[in-house]
Write a protein that binds this ligand. Structure first.
Ligand code: ADP
Length: 538
């Protein structure tokens, strides 16, 4: 299944990425001023908070000094607290409360903010004031300011860590954190509204800047990039539809104009190539027509030649047979000279008849008039018949004729007559060119199966111990009228048509005829026949 991709247009990609980047930039630009506004807001409360807690501490110290013992001191503290509340609550400030810490477990009873403050004081002995952001009961954001109350030299006058007159709970060592003063403050209404407006202004400013930047970017990117790119794409679409006359008219004075020019150059080059190709095609069509006509003429000429050959051969064979007959009669004459002449005439006439027969055969095959009749035959029978036929000729020339025919040869489907004609030609050539005392072997067997396959071919080879055929001659030996230039050949006679006929016949039988020869040591002609031809239409 073809993969499908989600296509996002360049414009959408630009806007999406630029929008994200802009968001990041605006956020980064606003975060610092936003932070300082927060700090400012805290600082506006810090002064009063410091003052309030300091006053509360002093008031407590004064009263504590006047009523130095346990409950009295606590009462004194509460009294100041009450006074304080009466005076300050009207201004929206929660009075500072005094948190005495239990020395054995200082965080006992402390709320979350107070616990954090205690931890900060405990960690840094010099820390005087610390802030915690919190929420009022009504859910409004408030600030809680804590002041550390530590055991000073004044306190040590009464609270020695070893003073036996004190309870363990009120024996303090110097610097010990004994209490915290806690004051809760909120921004006053006017300051709060101002802060709100300031924050709103920040947000609105950021949003406006973002929107403007997006609009400006969209206009610029559309004008400078997207519109020219779209024009180029439309141009490419037109070319794809086959219109090669279109050209880019972009005048942006930048890389896109250069791209348009390159596009135009490419189109011109394609058009040139196209025109050249069209011209070449036209020339090719003309040549094809000429070739077709020439072919027809050739075919007609070939037909004429074949008919002529067939007619001439037929006309020649009748008188030649008469000549051979009379020459044979003359050869049997009692007088020595006329008898020799008669025999010579008969031999020459027979050679001529053989040549005419060969030419007629070849002409028939080439004209497609040779009929192939496929039939089931025994290849070993064919080979044995031929051996018996050739035996007297070989014996006459003192040549040993051997048959090496495998026992298990199956029946094959082929044209028995044509197979016989091929083998007859090969055997008579072998006997003709092998000098007396030599050997000619007819081998027949199945090819060795490869990779466990069934044997598909029958190999019939004619090997001799004659002069062989040189490498240069091997390339042309199956050509018509080709004869290897050797003394033996010249002596033996022939017209150079036998092997050409063999090759043509082998093709008709869907077989392959090949030659291997070691010059000076004989030649082997091998015929590879299918056991059953693929198509048996003649
Ligand atoms: P022809 O024998 O009538 O000349 P062929 O086509 O049968 O024609 O043979 C062509 C040539 O091939 C021969 O003239 C001969 O030179 C060479 N030739 C064929 N068979 C053999 C062979 N067994 N040994 C050597 N030369 C051969």
């Amino acid at each position: 299944m073809a993969k499908r991709f989600i296509r996002i247009s360049l414009g959408v990609k630009f806007r999406l990425l630029f929008g994200l980047a802009l968001l990041g930039v605006i956020a980064a630009a606003l975060v610092v001023p936003w932070y300082f506004i927060e700090v400012l807001s805290e600082q506006s409360l810090e002064g009063p908070a410091r003052e309030l807690t300091r006053l509360r501490l002093n008031e407590w110290k004064t009263l504590h000094a006047k009523a130095p013992t346990g409950q009295a001191a606590q009462d004194a503290g509460s009294q100041v607290f009450r006074l304080y509340r009466l005076g300050k609550e009207a201004e929206g400030l929660t009075g500072p409360s005094f948190i005495a810490l239990d020395p054995t477990n200082p965080i006992l009873g402390l709320d979350k903010s107070a616990r954090k403050a205690w931890k900060a004081f405990d960690k840094s002995p010099d820390l005087e004031i610390t802030w915690r952001k919190s929420k009022s009961d009504l859910g409004k954001p408030v600030y809680r300011c804590f002041r550390a109350v530590r055991n000073t030299a004044d306190c040590a006058m009464c609270h020695s860590p070893t003073d036996p007159t004190k309870s363990v709970k009120t024996r303090f060592w110097p610097g010990q954190l004994v209490a915290m003063i806690d004051v809760t403050l909120s921004e006053d209404a006017a300051a709060g509204t101002l802060m709100l407006w300031t924050r709103l202004a920040f947000i609105i400013g950021g949003v406006l800047a973002g929107v403007m930047a997006m609009v400006i970017f969209a206009v610029i990117s559309h004008r400078l990039i997207l519109r020219p790119v779209r024009q180029l794409r439309e141009l490419a679409d037109k070319v794809a539809e086959g219109d090669q006359s279109v050209r880019s008219t972009l005048r942006t004075g930048d890389e896109l104009e250069r791209l348009g020019e390159s596009f135009n150059e490419m189109l011109s080059a394609i058009q040139d190539q196209h025109n050249k190709l069209r011209a070449a095609n036209r020339a090719l069509d003309l040549k094809l027509n000429e070739l077709g006509e020439a072919n027809v003429a050739l075919y007609e000429a070939n037909q004429l030649k074949t008919e002529f050959l067939a007619n001439v051969s037929h006309e020649l064979r009748t008188p030649l047979n008469s000549i051979i007959g009379f020459a044979d009669l003359l050869g049997e004459s009692d007088q020595e000279k006329p008898a020799r002449f008669g025999r010579n005439i008969a031999t020459a006439a027979r050679n001529l008849l053989a040549l005419i027969n060969d030419m007629l055969d070849l002409a028939k095959i080439e004209a497609g008039r040779s009929v192939v009749r496929f039939d089931k035959i025994s290849a070993s029978d064919t080979c044995r018949t031929l051996l018996a036929l050739m035996h007297p000729i070989a014996e006459k020339k003192n040549i040993e004729l051997i048959g090496e025919i495998a026992d298990d040869l199956p029946l094959i489907v082929t044209d028995g007559g044509k197979l016989q004609q091929i083998l007859y030609n090969l055997l008579s050539n072998a006997i003709k060119f092998t000098p007396p005392g030599g050997r000619v072997t007819l081998q027949a067997g199945l090819t060795t199966p490869q990779n466990g396959e069934e044997p598909a071919e029958l190999r019939i080879a004619v090997a001799d111990t004659g002069p062989g055929i040189s490498e240069a001659d091997q390339a042309h030996i199956f050509d018509k009228f080709y004869q290897a230039d050797g003394t033996l050949t010249r002596e033996a006679g022939g017209a150079g048509l036998g092997l050409a006929i063999c090759r043509e016949l082998a093709n008709l039988l869907q077989a392959r005829l090949s030659l291997t020869s070691d010059p000076g040591h004989g030649a082997t002609f091998a015929l590879l026949l299918p056991l059953e031809p693929e198509s048996q239409d003649s």
